[in-house]
Design a protein around this ligand. Structure first.
Ligand code: F6R
Length: 607
């Protein structure tokens, strides 16, 4: 993963590079570093840990230079130490890298055999040595990079500078994103348009295998066969202002609270309330011909897919398969004609999901994507883009993207049902009405924040926590467990409530809190029976249900959280709120870094 940025500027660039890194911290925050080429020297500053450590160092010691590259790291090869932090300097070459060089071991052995020495455990340093070796043999920077790129296997975005030429940054990409930014007398490279937003809105997206010679006077782009190519310059429209937390303590809290608004925004582009219809963007294929849906996503987004399976199968009677993207290609899925391939992603850059999307396209499958970042690789590559309008999600734990994805999934399920002739107008009108109730119901759910905060201290002391749900609330249980473990570091598991008796119930004793997600409705009684089996064994239950459900089954629970009464279709959107708040408050009670939990990154661009 990692974020990279390069500036060929008209004044000192170190501060602007750090500003760019702030916008890229979502790609990793294990270490950060900046290098400039100045007065015939390569200057560098690096620091372990969060970007603020680097900013502090740079505050103490100014780094001069009008040309520079910078990096924020998510460690793949080598521990997150300063030695492994980018940029790496090898002779006259300095470089930053996002991705993984899969054949780094034989390349490193080859270089070691020549007596070259390494100062880090990174795969990146191998690339630096290969380029430096070409330069030492007399190659120009351009020729050196051209010679090395075909030797690299894996995924990479690179920005390379040379001591001999402060007016040049060479960028290259394969399997990891890289954009060129065009300024006034300055030019830039970056992992995305967001990093470059304060510098320029004029962005060209490099294609797979492209490499670019970026100079102040202009940029030359070459394709993977070294042919000069033009890549269109688009206006990114991304604001240069850094997003702040407003009155909230953490981005995650702010994003949980934004949900009624952003879900309403998202729904408004899919609901024609006056006509009581659900509508998708125009598409070039007939949804009615879809005979199967293959959903692929990772983590939280994959749980949206799992909930979508219940919805699509119930409403449209079209069979759905859901895969986590890292498994999809490797199980050699059977992708017949009339399959709709659906990817779900907040970032639109997750490497596993992107690879799965490309696999589906290569198999001739029509693809759609529920995606939050409209300029992302996936958004540009799917046949049908179904955007979410969650706005930038900064907290590493996904919250508002999840519920916006669910909103779009509900719209897609209804559309598919109509296209398959399975949704009567009256039923569609009812669905539209239920969906329009979601923002208000989310607000009602948010009003229980203080109670949830109150019970968080009890959960914070637990070593293990279980989440139970049935039907579409089972994937929500999985999401609850993921949310809790990633930000509070408490071990948590989600189970289909009926599955407890087949093994996991052995875990139950009075020290294991069990969060039961059980809106009243057709599955309520069965879920409550499973909950009672847990209580009979001393399990401490937190029951999340509506007034009717709590009146029926709340007695004996350690705690209850009351939700508004909602239609079962929209329950996962509304019940997501207490699930997120509980994880948030437990993490705050434990004092963890809520927005940037250990070992994680917001955008996972390595396989
Ligand atoms: C968990 C979380 C992750 C992401 C996953 C996919 O809170 O955020 O599980 O959902 O890494 O990311 P995107 O949606 O960007 O593809």
């Amino acid at each position: 993963m990692c974020g990279i940025i390069g500036i060929l500027g008209t004044d000192d660039v170190a501060e602007r590079l750090v500003e760019g890194l702030r916008r890229l911290e979502y790609r990793g925050y294990d270490s950060a570093g900046v290098a400039t080429v100045h007065d015939g020297r390569i200057e560098r500053q690096r620091a372990e840990g969060k970007l603020n450590n680097l900013a502090r160092k740079l505050g103490q010691e100014h780094l001069p230079g009008h040309s520079g590259i910078a990096h924020t790291r998510w460690a793949t090869h080598g521990a997150p130490t300063e030695d492994n932090a980018h940029p790496h300097i090898i002779g006259d070459v300095v470089l930053v890298h996002n991705g993984i060089i899969e054949n780094f071991k034989p390349l490193r052995d080859e270089l070691l055999a020549e007596g070259r020495t390494f100062n880090s455990q990174t795969d990146t340093e191998v690339v630096g040595h290969l380029v430096a070796r070409e330069v030492e043999r007399g190659a120009s920077p351009e020729a050196a990079v051209k010679a090395v790129l075909p030797r690299l296997h894996g995924a990479f975005a690179l920005a390379i500078m040379f001591k001999s030429d402060p007016d040049l940054i060479i960028g290259a990409r394969l399997g990891a994103p890289l954009v060129v930014g065009y300024g006034e007398g300055e030019n830039y490279l970056g992992s995305d348009a967001i990093a470059l937003a304060p510098l320029t809105q004029r962005i060209a997206y490099l294609d797979e295998g492209d490499w670019a010679m970026v100079r102040r006077a202009g940029v030359q782009i070459f394709d993977k066969d070294n042919n000069p190519v033009e890549r269109p310059i688009t206006l990114s429209g991304i604001t240069g202002a850094l997003i702040d937390k407003g009155n909230h303590r953490h981005f995650m809290q702010k994003e949980i609270y934004e949900q009624p608004v952003v879900v309403a925004q998202t729904l408004s582009s899919y609901l024609r309330t006056l006509e009581a219809r659900v509508a998708l963007p125009d598409m070039e294929f007939d949804l009615g011909s879809v005979e199967r849906v293959a959903i692929v996503a990772c983590g939280t987004a994959s749980y949206v897919g799992a909930i979508g399976k219940y919805w699509i199968e119930q409403l449209a009677r079209v069979p759905v398969e859901v895969d986590v993207a890292s498994e999809f290609r490797y199980r050699e899925p059977v992708l017949g004609p009339n399959t709709l391939g659906l990817v779900i992603s907040q970032s639109g850059e997750t490497a596993d999901t992107l690879a799965a999307l490309r696999h589906m396209k290569a198999c001739g499958v029509t693809t759609a994507g529920i995606i939050n970042v409209p300029t992302s690789s996936m958004a540009r590559e799917v046949d049908l883009l179904l955007p979410t309008h969650a706005g930038p999600e900064i907290g590493v734990a996904s919250t508002k993207a999840f519920t916006c994805q669910l909103a779009v999934m509900a719209a897609l399920s209804a559309n598919l049902a109509r296209a398959k002739g399975r949704l009567e107008a009256a039923e569609e009108a009812r669905l539209v009405r239920h969906l329009t109730e979601v923002p208000a119901a989310m607000n009602a759910a948010l009003s229980h924040d203080a109670e949830i905060e109150g019970m968080a201290h009890t959960i914070a002391g637990a070593r293990d926590v279980l989440y139970l749900g049935r039907g579409p609330d089972y994937p929500l249980a999985l999401e609850g467990a993921l949310k809790l473990k990633e930000i509070s570091y408490i071990h948590a598991e989600g189970y289909a409530a009926g599955e407890m008796k087949h093994g996991p119930i052995a875990l139950i004793d009075e020290s294991v809190p069990v969060i039961v997600i059980a809106p009243s409705g057709p599955l309520f009684e069965k879920t409550v029976s499973n909950m009672q089996e847990v209580q009979a064994r001393g399990g401490k239950v937190v029951l999340i249900s509506d007034a009717e459900g709590l009146a029926q089954a709340g007695e004996g629970a350690l705690a209850t959280i009351e939700m508004p009464k909602v239609h079962p279709l929209i329950a996962p959107l509304v019940y997501a709120v207490p699930v997120q708040l509980l994880a948030y408050h437990v993490a705050v009670a434990k004092g963890t870094d809520v927005d940037q939990p250990r070992n994680l990154a917001k955008s996972v661009t390595v396989e």
